[in-house]
Design a binder for this molecule. Sequence first.
Ligand code: FAD
Length: 429
Amino acid sequence: MNEVDILIVGAGAAGLMAACSIAGSGRAEGLSVRLLERQEKAGRKILASGNGRCNLGNSGPLEGHYRGLDPDFILPVFRIVDESKYREIFLELGVALLEDEAGRLYPRTLRSDTVHSALLNALAAGNVRVDYGLEVYDIKFRPGSGQDRFLVSFRSSTKDQLSGKRIIEDQVKARSVIIAAGGKSQPQLSGHDSGYTLAERLGHSCTELFPALVPIELADAGKWRRSSGQRVRAAAYYHSHRGKSSAPAEGEFLFTDYGVSGIAAMELAEAVERDPDSAKGDLVFDLVPDMSVEELTGFIMMQLDLHPSYDWERLLIGLLAQDILRVLLRELRAGEIRRTAGGCRSLARAMKKFSRPVKATRGFKFAQLTAGGINTDELYPETLESKICPGLYLTGELLDVNGDTGGYNLRWAFSSAYVAGINALAALK
Ligand SMILES: Cc1cc2nc3c(=O)[nH]c(=O)nc-3n(C[C@H](O)[C@H](O)[C@H](O)COP(=O)(O)OP(=O)(O)OC[C@H]3O[C@@H](n4cnc5c(N)ncnc54)[C@H](O)[C@@H]3O)c2cc1C
């Protein structure tokens, strides 16, 4: 039977970084490191991230951008991997970072394949064995510190078309295991739930999982069909039938034939998912967030003075994309609004508080993130070692740590994996 010192499950952002932190720059001399990946390719979500540009961090404060049962769990990891350490880790891999005007960090090339290739180059140089198309389906833990502390069972992730059997079915003994199997969102891009099952079988518990950073379906999407593809800079919040309002999200909302997408809409999805009622509430839009009700009323009155013969659509054309404006005016029964100061005010109020009924989010298939995960109380926050199985480390999206858009999730995946990797290595040396 095969034996290794460190076995890593999953070659996504966290698994690749964990392997690099162990084997980079000859650090793991004399130790064997093996990575098992169920896909035929590593890091598929890295490649897709940031629209192919890989927004892998953010230079602003990290605190306050993560949720989970214990939002402070992230702090020790980010004390170890602060921004300068993070940049240094990537420089060591050959990747210089650049920052955009919003503080988002990207590889200098603005290409995610740069990060992907740099990680794989480092693994090849560090003699890490990476096997593709193999999924880990069971891990047994035996207390002790020897080579047989963990017994890891794996098999081909697909069945042979002719025989219907798995071509490979095998086991490997390991002194230490890092589970970096990610979340279950976007199965078409490697999302899978086996990491949760593996950790649970080893005694860990998992909080409720739900899709996050995902577009939202509106119950009246049919009315917006003609506006599909139109963008609005707006603010919005989710308001449940129980009267609970989420924090607002501001930015670009993209109207589609099913509802709304775009970063701001995706940020509101978590509130929709967390609403315990199956009948969902409303998205409440402020369609002109840069003007107060008074300013907007003044603007509409001025247009009315300048163009007394215009209908509402022509008067408001400078405020919103035309197709969206048409639906809005139809919904507000603009024909009945009086062309007076009072009418202008009620129109302004309606534009700043425009409610649309939510049907659901688009679910795991379209989510950029799985919220919830393995309970972080069961790990030491400075090392990410399991309190239940010594020698087991858990990292990345698998944990109950979910970050905002803007690079916070890759920042967590890479940083937590780095910490898990160096600690797994230190424990064996
Ligand atoms: C379209 C898209 C765009 C995104 N853009 C950004 C962005 O710009 N910035 C940002 O911060 N975040 C972004 N994210 C989120 C980010 O990509 C993830 O949070 C991050 O990849 C998580 O890293 P991970 O290593 O924990 O999981 P993953 O990257 O999902 O890697 C897990 C790996 O484990 C493998 N695996 C699973 N189970 C097993 C098993 N049993 N055996 C063997 N292998 C297994 C999987 O095949 C996968 O390769 C995006 C996500 C998506 C889907």
